[in-house]
Design a protein around this ligand. Structure first.
Ligand code: ZN
Length: 137
């Protein structure tokens, strides 16, 4: 079951340039930075109440984030809904005939399991389904 928004993903050209706004001006709690090799990005996470803000910087020219920046420029990249089982959500989405980018869960930041719904099936909003890993509460 989907029970809340886990995070909002924001595509940025430079983490170094954008982190100070979220950390020092908005004063969100900075949770740290990590590389997500699966998606060829570096991610910086901030906590804002129950929701996290995930800044995404491409680490490679063929990263999906590089393609997004090229096409649309910096901005909101995806919304991630939290579930207790990505597998179950995928079964549900498949049964509903929803077009998927990931038919199987893959590894996200912070030990999460994630899968993306194709924007063609979600009003052009890239939609992530995300299951927290053991490291998170
Ligand atoms: Zn995400």
């Amino acid at each position: 079951m989907i029970h809340k928004i886990n995070h909002i993903g924001i595509a940025v050209s430079s983490l170094k340039d954008q982190i100070p706004f979220y950390r020092d001006v908005l004063k969100l709690t900075f949770l740290g930075e990590e590389s997500v090799p699966d998606q060829k990005v570096r991610a910086a996470m901030f906590q804002c109440g129950e929701v996290k803000i995930e800044l995404l910087e491409p680490t490679d020219a063929d990263s999906p984030i590089a393609a997004f920046l090229e096409k649309r420029g910096p901005g909101i990249h995806h919304i991630a809904y939290e579930t207790d089982s990505v597998e179950r959500e995928l079964d549900n989405l498949k049964a509903a005939g929803v077009r998927l980018i990931d038919t199987q869960p893959r590894n996200g930041a912070h030990g999460t399991k994630i899968a993306f719904v194709h924007p063609a099936s979600s009003g052009r909003i890239l939609t992530e389904i995300c299951e927290p890993g053991g490291k998170e509460e």
